[in-house]
Design a protein around this ligand. Structure first.
Ligand code: PMP
Ligand code: GLN
Length: 382
């Protein structure tokens, strides 16, 4: 039978991690930390297991964790979600995004994505029978272009995916940009799917602009976040979705037949751990130091460093390197991995096929020693 996703192959993250391993490269490609999480979090999981939290939790997640998430969102962004009807614990953000799209997008609906974007969005929309409407972020600066978003809005538009801090560009939306989104959507019924997985990684004193800060946007949004990113446990695959009750009711109809529930002991551990806000409040400084170390090390390589306002990514342009500018982004990443010994991700992977701008993405969620080793290799090879 014909494929449901005929244009989809293996994700670039899997491909580049395998290539990095094969060639013994420092893997700054796929986004994940190479350091351990807080040992207290691991202890909390063991304790939850020993306390007997080992059977199915309630479908939407254990109440103490939903309560802790509601409290965190209220404290940080001023919007109180009802843990009973408005928050669902998911198997990471990946499942939350797919579930939101399957629940809310009907066949033939259009969904706006702002390109470049995370690679799961378009296939998710296609699986729901929706049509992907790609609107570019502004070239080179990766800001939302509201004129073009306005032009893309139409009677078939069901939803728009908004991701801030942004993967891959590491830009962060401003309050003014969120306000413009709210203004633009006011006369429409368009839903916002707000991918906020990097919400706790915003640098230089800027504030994360959650849609939960904007009452009008919150009323039409599904927020998605990920404990994997926030607590350095990407392999645990636990996150959450928050949305007004009527949207969340639809979300849960799909969720219950998708995963039904997620990992009980980890949910209890996260609930206990969330009692102390310091681990996530300390993240901006923690990651800004890594970013600054990485950027300083790249300063005289000839790579063009783009701003990194949030997330744990650093994009660099290589158009200034005469020896490399003829290579496609994929070719340059292959060269970086196999010859320089440092893996990166081509930005073209975040676009519909074919777009090239000589920019690649590094992940700096690594120990200092790992970053220094990568920098030494890059400085030698470039
Ligand atoms: N959205 C974005 C923008 C991401 O970068 C990621 C992680 N790669 C995800 C969603 C998925 O998060 P999770 O690992 O929690 O499924
Ligand atoms: N979100 C991470 C990245 O962008 C990894 C995602 C994945 O491996 N699917 O690199």
């Amino acid at each position: 039978p014909p494929s449901r996703l005929p244009r989809v192959g293996t994700t670039i993250f899997t491909v580049m991690s395998a290539l990095a391993q094969e060639h013994g490269a420092v893997n700054l490609g796929q986004g994940f930390p190479d350091f351990e999480c807080d040992p207290r979090l691991v202890d909390a999981v063991t304790q939850a297991m020993q306390a007997g939290h080992n059977q199915y939790p309630p479908m939407a997640g254990v109440p103490v964790l939903r309560e802790a998430v509601a409290a965190k969102i209220a404290a940080l962004y001023g919007h109180r979600y009802d843990p009973g009807s408005e928050i669902t614990i998911t198997a990471g953000a990946t499942q939350a995004i797919l579930t939101a799209i399957l629940a809310l997008v009907h066949p033939g609906d259009e969904v706006i994505v702002l390109e470049p974007c995370y690679d799961s969005y378009a296939p998710n929309i296609e699986l729901a029978g929706g049509r992907v409407r790609r609107v570019p972020l502004t070239p080179g600066r990766f800001r939302p272009d509201f004129d073009r978003i306005a032009a893309a809005l139409g009677p078939r538009t069901r939803a728009i995916l908004v991701n801030t801090p942004h993967n891959p560009s590491a830009t962060v939306w401003t309050a003014g940009e969120m306000q413009r989104l709210a203004d633009l959507l006011r006369p429409t019924n368009v839903i916002v799917i707000a991918d906020e997985v990097y919400e706790h990684m915003v640098f230089d004193g800027q504030a994360h602009q959650s849609v939960a800060r904007h009452a009008e946007l919150a009323a039409r949004s599904v927020i998605v976040s990920s404990f994997g990113k926030t607590f350095h446990v990407t392999g645990w695959k636990v996150g959450y979705a928050a949305a007004p009750a009527e949207l969340m009711a639809e979300f849960r109809k799909v969720h219950q037949f998708n995963v039904f529930t997620v990992n009980t002991p980890v949910q209890h551990a996260l609930a206990a751990y969330l009692g102390d806000p310091r681990p996530y409040l300390d993240l901006p400084d923690f990651y800004a130091r890594k970013r600054d170390r990485f950027r300083a090390g790249l300063a005289d390589t000839g790579l063009d460093l783009m701003p990194s306002e949030g997330s744990y990514f650093q994009c660099v342009g290589y158009g200034g390197l005469a020896a490399h500018r003829a290579r496609s982004e994929a070719e340059f990443c292959r060269w970086l991995t196999t010859e320089a010994g440092v893996a990166a991700i081509p930005l073209s992977a975040f676009y519909d096929a074919g777009f090239e701008q000589r920019v690649v993405r590094f992940c700096f969620a690594k120990r200092e020693g790992t970053l220094d080793a990568a920098l030494q290799r890059l400085r030698t090879a470039l």
